[in-house]
Design a protein around this ligand. Structure first.
Ligand SMILES: [Zn+2]
Length: 183
């Protein structure tokens, strides 16, 4: 399924789906691109209108669900970065992305709320990135016990940017699929 294919992986240098490259990214570049991607995502939420909660097909999430997922991913990776700054090679908590949707944690997500929450999550993430001492960038963590990949804090920052750009692609594709269904 589309949403299952963007596992973070340092060894893979390019995402086969969205073309994201894990080549060395500066913190300034991460901030600029993340702000741009999230701003675009908020634009897609607005453009989607009453279709924002629709799944174009059963294998995809709605634009609201991808947005709620992205919000939670940013908060989760932020916590993993803080943990790795303090502890040696901690194991991050998995986000359980599908379970969050299936249990219904996103059931009350409204478009206007998710737009603001995405902006706040991005702001919080980038503030943490900006204030992390440079010497901490190479500290390591295990992403989670579900994704037992050991990465650096720097890699985790890049993964967060990938999530933003990748899911912007998902939301944009949703918009295209839904608009092509209009009579
Ligand atoms: Zn991707």
């Amino acid at each position: 399924m589309m949403r299952m294919t963007n596992e973070p992986a340092e060894e893979i240098q390019t995402c086969a789906l969205c073309g994201f490259s894990w080549a060395t990214l500066t913190r300034a570049e991460i901030a600029t691109r993340m702000n741009a991607a999230v701003e675009s995502y908020v634009g897609v939420i607005r453009r989607a209108g009453h279709e924002v909660g629709s799944r174009p097909d059963p294998q995809r999430w709605s634009t609201l669900e991808y947005g709620g997922h992205l919000r939670d991913v940013l908060l989760s990776i932020r916590e993993r970065i803080v943990l790795a700054a303090i502890l040696d090679v901690p194991v991050g908590t998995p986000i359980f992305r599908d379970e969050r949707v299936e249990i219904g944690f996103y059931a009350q997500d409204e478009a206007s709320d998710v737009a603001v929450e995405l902006q706040v999550a991005t702001y919080l993430f980038l503030k943490t990135v900006a204030t992390l001492p440079a010497r901490f960038e190479d500290r390591r963590l295990v992403y989670s016990n579900r994704t037992p990949l050991e990465i650096t804090i720097s890699g985790a920052m890049s993964n967060a940017l990938h999530e933003c750009e990748h899911h912007l692609g998902d939301a944009t594709e949703n918009l295209r699929l839904l608009e092509s269904r209009e009579p």
